[in-house]
Design a protein around this ligand. Sequence first.
Ligand SMILES: [Zn+2]
Length: 83
Amino acid sequence: MKSALIVRPVDSNGRIVIPKNLLTDIFKAKDDEKLTLEFFYNEDSIILKRFHPSCVFCDNREDLTDFKGAKICPECLKKLKSI
Ligand SMILES: [Zn+2]
């Protein structure tokens, strides 16, 4: 893990501002693209990773259908319908 040599205060609501150029460099986000991050943590660290929605059953990321907040790929949806 590299240090970005950036120090930012945490406000009273627990928010921090992540420099836009850092997000652009790390996540290759385009200006018009909505970037969603996923938080991972252990006892003394928080790691942010770009969130990629995937099928809850097989992790496929293509052509997902949303069902009550869960993403399901066409193949798993087909299997569910045949039950
Ligand atoms: Zn699936």
